[in-house]
Design a protein around this ligand. Structure first.
Ligand SMILES: O=P(O)(O)OC[C@H]1O[C@H](OP(=O)(O)OP(=O)(O)O)[C@H](O)[C@@H]1O
Ligand SMILES: Nc1ncnc2[nH]cnc12
Length: 170
């Protein structure tokens, strides 16, 4: 199944000049959803790790089923003010704005290994902030896994030195 054919392009969303890659048709299609999660698990099966880390909101969509299928725990990264316990936090910039991400301070113990799962890497700003949160907690990022890579936005360069895997490149 060609997953790239099911992703819908929306010009000028959420602001002028951004070509938004809409994954909702892929989520709507049971076969495409299963294949996406299965392919992510297949790639990640070569790594040893303790947790899947995924950012709100779209990182949750793929991160939790991957964690479930691989019998791992899931660590949510949330936008500022949503996590109830003590947090670590990082400001970051996006293709369309800036924000603050947080992780629970006790989510990762020093030496634990994690993979980051998200729907898409654009500038890499979100993922860089997550890597910094994980490393501040003493964790090690062994892989970063995405459905979509927007190559021209340079996310890979931002994450130089880390192992980035993507299923579809634009
Ligand atoms: O590589 P970057 O330039 O950081 O961009 C990628 C991030 O942007 C999107 O999330 P967004 O912040 O739009 O939030 P959402 O998942 O709640 O829609 C996407 O799901 C990634 O997390
Ligand atoms: N162009 C884009 N399409 C979909 N999600 C995004 N997140 C950041 N940039 C994006």
């Amino acid at each position: 199944m060609e997953l790239n054919k099911i992703i819908r392009d929306i010009p000028d969303f959420p602001q002028k000049g951004v070509l938004f890659r809409d994954i909702t048709p892929l989520l709507h299609n049971p076969q495409a959803l299963r294949e996406t999660v299965d392919q992510m698990c297949q790639v990640l099966s070569q790594f040893e790790f303790d947790y899947v880390v995924g950012p709100e909101s779209r990182g949750f969509i793929f991160g939790v089923p991957v964690a479930y299928a691989m019998n791992k725990g899931f660590i949510p990264i949330r936008k500022k003010g949503k996590l109830p316990y003590e947090t670590l936090s990082r400001e970051y910039s996006l293709e369309y704005g800036t924000a603050v991400l947080e992780m629970h301070a006790d989510a990762i113990r020093p030496g634990q290994k994690v993979v980051i799962v998200d729907d898409l890497i654009a500038t890499g700003g979100t993922s860089k902030a997550i890597v910094e949160l994980i490393e501040e907690a003493g964790g090690q990022v062994v892989n970063l896994m995405y459905l979509i890579e927007l190559v021209q936005l340079g996310g890979r360069e931002m994450l130089k030195g880390y192992d980035v895997k993507t299923l579809i490149q634009y």
